[in-house]
Every structure is written in structure tokens, then in C-alpha cells.
Design a protein around this ligand. Structure first.
Ligand SMILES: N[C@@H](Cc1c[nH]c[nH+]1)C(=O)O
Length: 366
């Protein structure tokens, strides 16, 4: 219904909201099994704290307002990773490293994008703080793939990227020339890239299925920043279950505002957009020291529609007068029971598949 909610905002209704909650629980449970403990930061906080924590931004795209109580600028979180960075750098600064944390909750973005108009959404994820090594990245990507698969998401695939590769290789370039190169790479415009510096052409040619892309990159490898990253990606990919579809787009930077050497997007069968993103990044401490981290965030909306088409909705209608003990026992056995509160209520009105009749669960309408 237009006008009921602002553009980019949406209600999750039944059965989608239940499906989503179940997947969220499933993912967080798998993460907990790997030692990731949940933090639950508030919806909004001081803007300066939020933007100070991630090197290369953390309050980017936040809705801001002046708090009438503190008279300070607050930001509604656009990304819980920045809040986890704040917690890791302050209240859990003394905690032994690496620190493994997970989170789930709503986030709000000032603007949607052409590709994804959503502004209000739920984000869940894990962050591993203290390391951005290949071993740390391997763990984060494998936990993401395992957790999504166990939560019932089919066809999970991963697209790797190297967010800071181009700025690292072109470290001494004037800003304007680097911007031009990055725009040409974004547009995958081989002609323009060749005109700027043909040695960057292999980065466009290397986009595609992982093994072939790595082989092509290796063929052009001149040592240095690229060589280390190729090795790292291969070791990360090798940790994923056989059959996981993998691709590489070494210059993709859309959505990777603060990630450093390593980034990845997660896709699922039938979902039109990515359902997750992650990578390595740097947390800034108040004393100026920089701490590496790796993490990933999931946004499940694009995949919910594909799952909820076949929800198993078994609901047992309990007519007025059903014994309370019977109801309690049936729920313990796993039934969803819906009690009639008035004699005129019907199984159909309550979307029940079964009815409790004569001490048995009968098919409704039979
Ligand atoms: N929070 C990032 C993904 C991420 C988590 N940790 C590192 N990167 C995002 O939503 O795009």
C-alpha cells in the first residue's frame, strides 16, 4: 500500500516474519557453536562515537538527529559492525583476542540504492576482532556458509573481491587519476582502463568463476600486493565445502566502504540480490592504535520469499472446552495449538490444518 510506510520501509508479516526469525536463530546458533557470543547494542548512539570506530567510516549513510536530552547528535545505526567495533575498542578492550562476537537487529539507512531500495532492514552477523589473517578470514567465511546452509538456505555461493587492491597498487598516483581508473574499472570499460594504464586490464579480465579467475590473475602477477592476496584467497576458498559456487571480481567495491585486503558477497539460489557481505577492516582505538578484524553481515530479505512459498504450517484447532492438560501435552509434542475462544470460531478462520476431535488430531475439513 503506497503511503502507509516511507519508501524503503516494509512490514514482515506471517509467515515470513516467523521464517526470518527461525533462520536468524539458526545462523546465530551455529555461530555460537564456534564461540561467537551475542552483543546487543542500542538502536541509536552518539554520532561521533559511531563514526570514530571504523577506519574509513562507520556512520556512513546514517539518519541523524539531535537528542533533546543530551543535546548531542545521535545517529541511528546503519550498520551494527561499527557498534561492535566501538564495544571491542572500549568496554571489551581488555578482553583477550581474538574476540568473537555476533549480533542481530534492525538498521536504518538514509538512502536506498537503485539496486536495493530498502532503507529499514534487519542485519545479523559475526565479527572476529584482533586478526585479519587468512585463518581469520577462512573462519568467518566458512561459518557464514555453514550457518546459512544449516538454516535451510539452498545454493549458497560466494563472490570474492579485493577492496583495497587498486588503491594499494596505485598508491603513489595523483588522486584524480586514481579516481578515473577506479571508475573505468567499476564500469569494466577495458578501453578506458587501457588508455589510463594497460597493466590494470587483467583485473577486469579476471572477473568470473574462481579457479579460472585466479589462474588469469596469476598469469599477470608481478609479485607484491597481488601475489599475497591471490594466495590468501586460494586458502580461504579451499576451506569451503566442495561444491560451493565461487566467483572472483577483484575490483568490485560497491558496498565495501571500509573493508581492506579481503571482501566477499554471499548469494543464495533464487535471491535476486546478495544476502550478505563481509571482509577485513580496521578498528580505531581512542589511543590511536589500529586493530585488524574480519566479519560478515547478512540481510535475509532477498531470500525469504523463496523459502516462504512452501512453509510448513501445521496448526491444531482446539475447540472450546478442550482440556488444558491436553493442550499443554500437544504443545510439548511439537504442535502449534490455536484455542477457540468462542463457540462460533472455526479451524478455517484460524488457518488450522488439524482439529482436536475425540482425543485425536484430525485433518481439518475432512
Ligand atoms: N557490515 C558490513 C559487512 C561487514 C561485516 N564485517 C565486516 N564487513 C556490511 O553490512 O556491509
Amino acid at each position: 500500500m503506497t503511503g502507509l510506510l516511507p519508501e524503503g520501509f516494509d512490514d514482515r508479516l506471517p509467515p515470513l516474519a516467523d521464517v526470518a526469525a527461525r533462520i536468524e536463530r539458526g545462523v546465530l546458533d551455529v555461530a555460537r557453536g564456534y564461540g561467537y557470543e551475542q552483543v546487543d547494542p542500542p538502536l541509536a548512539e552518539f554520532e561521533d562515537e559511531l563514526s570514530a570506530r571504523l577506519k574509513a567510516g562507520g556512520a556512513h549513510g546514517a539518519v541523524r538527529f539531535v537528542d533533546p536530552v543530551s543535546q548531542r547528535n545521535l545517529a541511528i545505526r546503519p550498520d551494527i559492525t561499527a557498534q561492535v567495533g566501538r564495544i571491542a575498542a572500549t568496554r571489551m578492550g581488555h578482553h583477550p583476542r581474538p574476540l568473537r562476537l555476533s549480533y542481530v537487529g534492525p538498521v536504518l539507512k538514509l538512502r536506498g540504492s537503485d539496486l536495493n531500495p530498502a532503507r529499514a532492514m534487519r542485519q545479523l552477523g559475526i565479527e572476529l576482532i584482533g586478526l585479519d589473517s587468512v585463518a581469520a578470514a577462512r573462519e568467518v567465511v566458512s561459518v557464514a556458509v555453514e550457518a546459512l546452509t544449516q538454516a535451510g538456505i539452498a545454493g549458497v555461493s560466494v563472490d570474492f573481491t579485493l577492496p583495497d587492491l587498486v588503491p594499494t597498487l596505485a598508491e603513489n598516483w595523483p588522486h584524480a587519476r586514481l579516481t578515473e581508473l577506479r571508475e573505468a574499472l567499476d564500469a569494466k570499460d577495458a578501453g578506458r582502463v587501457a588508455a589510463i594504464d594497460a597493466s590494470y586490464l587483467p583485473l577486469i579480465e579476471a572477473a568470473g568463476p574462481f579457479d579460472a579467475a585466479i589462474a588469469r590473475l596469476r598469469a599477470h602477477d608481478t609479485g607484491g600486493a597481488l601475489a599475497g592476496r591471490i594466495d590468501g584467497l586460494e586458502r580461504i576458498a579451499a576451506a569451503l565445502p566442495a561444491g560451493t559456487q565461487l566467483t572472483l571480481d577483484p575490483t568490485e567495491r560497491h558496498g565495501f566502504e571500509y573493508q581492506s585486503w579481503f571482501g566477499f558477497s554471499i548469494f543464495a539460489a533464487g535471491a535476486l540480490r546478495e544476502i550478505g557481505r563481509g571482509g577485513s577492516y580496521v578498528i580505531l582505538h581512542a589511543d590511536g592504535h589500529e586493530e585488524p578484524a574480519v566479519g560478515m553481515s547478512l540481510f535475509l530479505d532477498p531470500v525469504l520469499g523463496t523459502l516462504a512459498r512452501t512453509p510448513e504450517r501445521r496448526r491444531l484447532f482446539l475447540p472450546v472446552g478442550t482440556d488444558r492438560e491436553d493442550g499443554a501435552r500437544l504443545r510439548r509434542e511439537g504442535w502449534v495449538t490455536v484455542a477457540a475462544l468462542e463457540a462460533t470460531d472455526t479451524p478455517e478462520a484460524q488457518l488450522c490444518t488439524h482439529v482436536w476431535l475425540g482425543g485425536r488430531a484430525e485433518l481439518a475439513g475432512a
